[in-house]
Design a protein around this ligand. Structure first.
Ligand SMILES: [Zn+2]
Length: 172
């Protein structure tokens, strides 16, 4: 089962897939966090982005692309409301992600419980969904971790393997 912004599909429905793309990297970190944690979106920004990105998706569809894996973690401003609209308008399946960026100082402050807390968040993102839009519970189809800490990346890869085994989520 593959989780897309329009709900789950079978692997066979994927077709030609771009495996690692960023639709729109969000430079405003406050807005990025607002979307991820508070499910609040700027509809004007969505409209402008939709108009800019849709022609690219339509062209990709013409070139036989049928699915795209979006790999922006929350700090990158993954916008599932925009992605859902783009997917419906273009016919291209879009697979959203969960995950996070983990700078060293954040990990240092919470290192005793860090792994258990981040895994809880990822599992919650999957169980509850990243958001529910127009009746569709949008679950992440992959996880993305940005961190300069090699041992943390290694630990999270092991953790991801466990979550993948439990829920079928690949680490991107
Ligand atoms: Zn990337």
């Amino acid at each position: 089962m593959i989780y897309t912004v329009n709900g789950p599909i079978n692997k066979a429905q994927l077709g030609l897939t771009l495996g690692h793309e960023h639709f729109k990297w969000e430079e405003n970190e406050t807005y990025a966090n607002q979307m991820y944690f508070n499910k609040k979106y700027d509809d004007e920004d969505i409209k402008a982005s939709h108009e800019m990105i849709l022609p690219v998706l339509n062209e990709l569809y013409q070139l036989s692309c049928r699915a795209i894996v979006e790999t922006s973690p929350p700090i990158g401003g993954q916008n599932v409301k925009l992605l859902k609209q783009l997917s419906m308008a273009s016919g291209v399946h879009i697979i959203p992600c969960t995950g996070h960026n983990v700078p060293k100082h954040i990990h240092e402050m919470f290192k005793d419980t860090f792994i258990s807390q981040i895994s809880k968040k990822w599992i919650n993102d999957f169980q509850e969904g990243l958001d529910t839009i127009e009746g569709t519970v949008i679950r992440p189809g992959s996880k993305r971790l940005l961190s300069p800490l090699r041992y943390l990346r290694n630990t999270c890869t092991i953790l991801s393997d466990c979550i993948q085994w439990e829920f079928g989520l690949p680490l991107n």
